[in-house]
Design a protein around this ligand. Structure first.
Ligand code: GLY
Length: 382
C-alpha cells in the first residue's frame, strides 16, 4: 500500500475501495475488479428514482463491454439507450457532441435522467461535455476503461472537445455523479495504451509521491493495479478538492504537459501518444531544472529509466525552437507567460509563471532570473 497524503480511502475487505471527492458537487469513486458487471446496482444506489440512462461509448469499447453494461442496467430497472461513435481522438469534436445532443433530445432524456461514459479519455471528456450542455446540465457517470482515464481524466470534472487549433480548447467543468473503475478492463487494453497511461502514473509519482515512484521502479505493477490506481486517484482528488477550477495547485497535474502538448502538436496529435509526449516533456523539464540548479541532480535520469521500464520513449528529435514555438497556442500559457511545472526532487513540485523568453533560456539550461519562493508547496497565481 502506498502512503499518500489526505483522507484515507474507505476499504472493504481490502479489495473494494471507495474514495470520496468533496468538490462543489461531491461524488464517490469506486475501484473494484468486476464492478462493470455490477454497474446497474451501483447506479441504482446513486439514482434511486430515475430509469432513463444513455450510455455513450465508442466503436472499440462498446463491443467489449456494452452488452454487459446494458444487461446490468436493465437488471436494476433502468431503460438504457446507447450511442456509439467512431473510436479515436479525431472524433473528439463539436460535431460528435452535436450528434450526441441530438440523440439525447430524440430520446427525450430529461434532467432526472443521466449519461454513462463507457470508455477512455475521449469518451469521458465528450460524454461529460454533452452532459454539461444538455438541458444546461444533467448528471453523468464515468466508467473509464483505459489506464489513462482511470488514473486521470475520469476524475476532476474536466470535460470538453478539441478544435482544429488545439486539444481541449472548448469545455466545461462538470463533475461526474459517480466514477466506477474496473481494473479488469485493463486486461483488454493493447500494450501501447497501457504504456500511454503509465506516462500519467509516473507523473503522479514525480509531482507528489516518492513512494509511488519507488514502487514503480521496483514492483510488478500489473499485480498491484488497484493500489496504483488508488494512489494516483487520491493524489488527484486531494489536489482537485483544493483547486477545483484549476487556478493554482491543480496546474501541478500539468507536469511534463507544456512541452508534451507541444510535441503532440508537432506530431499532428496522432503519431505520438499523450503519455509518451508527457514522458518526454517530464524528462526535458527535469534536465533543464537540473542544469539551472533547481532540480536535484539525477532526477531526469531516474524519470527516463522509469519511462523506459514501461516502454515509453525518453526523447524526440524535434528541434527545441520548433517545440517552443508550438507552446505558443497551448491553453496552459497565460498571455506572454508560460507556466511550467518544475521539480525540486521526485515527489516535490511547484510551478512558476515565466515570460516566454525566459522559458526559452530555461529550456537551454539557464536559471530563470527570478523564481518564486521554492520552499512553498505551490505557487498561487494572482
Ligand atoms: N488532467 C489534468 C487535470 O485534470 O487538471
Amino acid at each position: 500500500m502506498f502512503h499518500v497524503r489526505g483522507n484515507p480511502a474507505k476499504q472493504k475487505g481490502g479489495i473494494n475501495m471507495e474514495i470520496a471527492v468533496r468538490t462543489r458537487c461531491p461524488y464517490t469513486i469506486r475501484i473494484q475488479r468486476g464492478i462493470l458487471k455490477q454497474a446497474g446496482e451501483a447506479c441504482r444506489e446513486r439514482f434511486p428514482k430515475g430509469n432513463r440512462v444513455a450510455v455513450i461509448s465508442d466503436s472499440h469499447v462498446f463491443p467489449l463491454y456494452g452488452e454487459s453494461l446494458l444487461s446490468s442496467l436493465k437488471a436494476s430497472g433502468f431503460s438504457p439507450v446507447s450511442f456509439c461513435f467512431h473510436a479515436g481522438e479525431a472524433s473528439k469534436t463539436l460535431s460528435t457532441v452535436e450528434k450526441i445532443l441530438l440523440f439525447l433530445a430524440e430520446e427525450k432524456l430529461t434532467r432526472t435522467d443521466f449519461l454513462i461514459a463507457l470508455g477512455g479519455g475521449v469518451t469521458g471528456d465528450m460524454a461529460g461535455f454533452a452532459a454539461a450542455c444538455y438541458l444546461r446540465g444533467i448528471p453523468f457517470v464515468q466508467i473509464p476503461t483505459s489506464l489513462l482515464a482511470q488514473v486521470d481524466s475520469s476524475v476532476g470534472g474536466k470535460t470538453g472537445v478539441d478544435l482544429p487549433q488545439g486539444k481541449n480548447l472548448v469545455g466545461a467543468f462538470h463533475q461526474p455523479a459517480l466514477v466506477l473503475i474496473d481494473p479488469d478492463t485493463l486486461d483488454t487494453l493493447p500494450p501501447a495504451f497501457f504504456a500511454d497511461g503509465m506516462g500519467e502514473v509516473i507523473k503522479y509519482g514525480c509531482i507528489r509521491s516518492p513512494e509511488l515512484f519507488s514502487r514503480l521502479e521496483t514492483g510488478n505493477i500489473r499485480e498491484q493495479m488497484e493500489d496504483v490506481i488508488r494512489a494516483c486517484v487520491e493524489i488527484k482528488r486531494d489536489i482537485v478538492e483544493r483547486d477545483e477550477l484549476d487556478t493554482g495547485e491543480r496546474m501541478l497535474l500539468n507536469f511534463g504537459h507544456t512541452l508534451g502538448h507541444a510535441l503532440e502538436k508537432l506530431h499532428g496529435f496522432s503519431a505520438l501518444s499523450h503519455g509518451a509526449a508527457v514522458g518526454i516533456g517530464m524528462v526535458k523539464i527535469a534536465q533543464a531544472g537540473e542544469a539551472a540548479g533547481i532540480t536535484e541532480p539525477g532526477t531526469a535520469k531516474r524519470i527516463a529509466a522509469l519511462l523506459q521500464r514501461y516502454s515509453l520513449p525518453i526523447d524526440d528529435p524535434a528541434d527545441l525552437e520548433d517545440l517552443l514555438d508550438a507552446t505558443a497556442s497551448d491553453k496552459k500559457s497565460a498571455g506572454s507567460q508560460i507556466r511550467p511545472v518544475l521539480l525540486r526532487r521526485i515527489g516535490e513540485s511547484f510551478f512558476t509563471p515565466m515570460p516566454r523568453e525566459e522559458f526559452r533560456r530555461f529550456c537551454a539550461g539557464i536559471k530563470p532570473s527570478s523564481l518564486p519562493d521554492t520552499s512553498a508547496p505551490t505557487c498561487k497565481l494572482p
